[in-house]
Write a protein that binds this ligand. Structure first.
Ligand SMILES: C[S@@+](CC[C@H](N)C(=O)[O-])C[C@H]1O[C@@H](n2cnc3c(N)ncnc32)[C@H](O)[C@@H]1O
Length: 292
């Protein structure tokens, strides 16, 4: 794994902080507090594709959990051990009521194992994760990880719009956007389809079909823009990483004139350096309860 991906996930924290849908968040917070009150044991939380652990940092900063309840057992799961090692470092000093566990494993292998001998969780979290999966096969497996009546919080699910301003060449800009989304629709991981560019809207049908009852949904668009000519935190790096990802995804795309595309990519990087680029990605958040 490149250090760039680790830095990207870290830089994404402030972008996600702004983006997360506050109505879905408020519903989550209300239900988590009520659940903690009702349980006479620690709340069991499982986060899928946890990356470098920024969601845990956020949940602490935003005081999701009741520190006076019976504690929280929180498992961060990610297939990438290097990311989890970074998470372990970042989260080296949790409050005494928060017990962290780190599982470097593929979520579906974990689900297979969990079905046999593990306790199901009370709250299942996945941030910027479900849009990497083939929903019809993945969601039923993930449902087995969550107790009946358990809570889920599935956030930052990409949904079909990548907007970059100022325009360079509107017809060419649009051709690049649709070719980029097509790479998501045609992506194959380990021989299986993996995600699509309209995951957000598809979740409205796919979640209930797999036993996840939606209680709240709303947009969580990334909106990254300069303030006084500069980007906050490490968001200039975040933008360079996004543009580099588009470049990598489309560098063999036969429908694009590659010389023109290289120049377009160069101009997008230059717009970031000049503090001009505005980037918007449309995404959706979901909170709900597992159907019995
Ligand atoms: C886009 S990143 C998001 C990370 C983190 N949730 C965040 O928002 O910063 C997706 C993460 O999912 C992990 N991942 C992808 N497929 C996985 C799988 N099948 N099982 C476990 N983790 C997976 C990747 O290693 C990566 O850390």
């Amino acid at each position: 794994m490149s250090d760039d991906f680790l830095r990207y996930l870290t830089a994404k924290r402030s972008v996600d902080d702004r983006a997360l849908n506050r109505v879905a968040w408020a519903q989550l917070a209300e239900h988590v507090r009520a659940r903690q009150l009702a349980l006479r044991r620690p709340l069991r939380v499982l986060e899928l594709g946890a990356g470098v652990g920024t969601m845990v940092e956020r949940l602490l900063a935003w005081r999701l959990f009741d520190a006076d309840a019976e504690g929280v057992d929180y498992t961060l799961l990610d297939a990438n051990p290097a990311l989890l090692a970074a998470a372990q470092q970042r989260l080296a000093d949790p409050p005494s009521w928060l017990h962290l566990h780190f599982a470097a494993v593929n979520a579906f292998e974990y689900a297979n194992r969990a079905a046999q001998y593990m306790q199901r969780c009370d709250l299942l979290i996945a941030n910027a994760f479900l849009d990497l999966l083939d929903l019809p096969t993945a969601l039923p497996a993930l449902r087995t990880l969550l107790a009946d009546d358990g809570l889920f919080y599935f956030t930052i699910n990409f949904d079909g719009a990548t907007l970059l301003e100022p325009a360079i060449d509107p017809p060419f800009d649009a051709a690049i956007e649709s070719a980029y989304h097509r790479t998501m629709d045609e992506r194959i991981t380990d021989g299986h389809p993996s995600g699509d560019s309209r995951t957000g809207r598809h979740l409205f049908m796919q979640l209930p079909a797999a036993g996840f009852e939606i209680r709240s949904a709303g947009s969580s668009d990334w909106v990254v823009h300069p303030i006084g000519g500069a980007y906050p935190d490490d968001e200039a790096f975040f933008l360079h990483f996004i543009v580099a990802t588009m470049h990598g995804a489309l560098r063999c795309e036969s429908t694009l004139d590659q010389e023109r595309f290289d120049a377009w990519i160069g101009e997008r990087h230059a717009q970031i350096d000049r503090g001009e680029l505005v980037y918007i990605a449309h995404q959706l958040d979901f909170f709900g309860v597992a159907a019995r």
